[in-house]
Ligand binder design. Structure first.
Ligand code: ADP
Ligand code: ADP
Ligand code: ZN
Length: 214
């Protein structure tokens, strides 16, 4: 099963992608996580990506396409995978499509998690990320057992720099301009499905399981 998660920043793509990965036993591939790991490790890719990410802009297509095309050809992807945060532009989608076609493969579902802009800024200001393992929480909707301590690794939780309200508004603009056209793109390819992302995160997941099957 090969799945793409679509939706605005903060719609819950990562939250749902993790649950999908766990239930169906496929890897969760988050380009945002890959970039953040590269930044943490001080790689060349990380240095390049950071300048764009801090501004709330997309990292250029050429820095992300090969990375994902290589990743999906690794051994653990042979039964499928869930892409979170990729593709984010039409050229990225086209590049993925072409690379898969060469391998005789194609994506099965593009799941659009729908959340209106009005809910997003609020949701992002409550998001907390673990500095140790990258796990994501929310101070109200997905709290840790102990305040400010990661349930998984005991690491410290922070508000991501790009989750501050000014940057979130910019990321939303970028989303509408560059990423939202993918909804029509995957509708035309007959693989788009939509779920309401405003309900409780367990209920969002139930809706996804109804689509993907038990
Ligand atoms: P969110 O889940 O909140 O939408 P991500 O973690 O997916 O955020 O992405 C954080 C940042 O990383 C983006 O704002 C962008 O700068 C960069 N990024 C992640 N994936 C891509 C991609 N496929 N193309 C371009 N930039 C990306
Ligand atoms: P994305 O990957 O789309 O940027 P996340 O999965 O990181 O989004 O979710 C953004 C924030 O909203 C996180 O703090 C997360 O815990 C929280 N969240 C995710 N899904 C829901 C939901 N259905 N209701 C309320 N909060 C949610
Ligand atoms: Zn952690």
């Amino acid at each position: 099963m090969k799945i793409i998660m679509l939706g605005a920043p903060g719609a819950g793509k990562g939250t749902q992608a993790k649950k999908i990965a766990e239930k169906y036993g496929i890897p969760h591939i988050s380009t945002g996580d890959i970039f953040r790991a590269n930044i943490k490790n001080g790689t060349e890719l990380g240095k390049k990506a950071k300048t764009y990410m801090d501004e709330g802009l997309l990292v250029p297509d050429e820095l992300v396409v090969d990375l994902v095309v290589d990743r999906v050809q690794q051994e653990d992807c042979k039964n499928g995978y869930v892409l979170d945060g990729f593709p984010r532009t039409i050229p990225q989608a086209d590049a993925l499509d072409k690379a898969l076609a060469k391998l005789g493969e194609k994506m099965d579902y593009a799941i659009n998690v729908e959340v209106p802009d009005a809910n997003i800024v609020n949701r992002m200001s409550g998001r907390r990320a673990c500095v140790g393992c990258g796990a994501t929480y929310h101070i109200v909707h997905a709290p840790t057992k102990e305040e400010n301590i990661c349930d998984t690794c005991g690491g410290e939780l922070i508000l991501r720099d790009d989750d501050k309200p000014e940057t979130v508004l910019k990321r939303l603009r970028v989303y509408h301009e560059q990423t939202q056209p993918l909804i029509q793109y995957y509708t035309d390819k007959n693989i788009l499905v939509e779920v309401d992302g405003t309900v409780d995160l367990e209920d969002v997941f139930k809706a996804i399981v109804r689509i993907l099957g038990e």
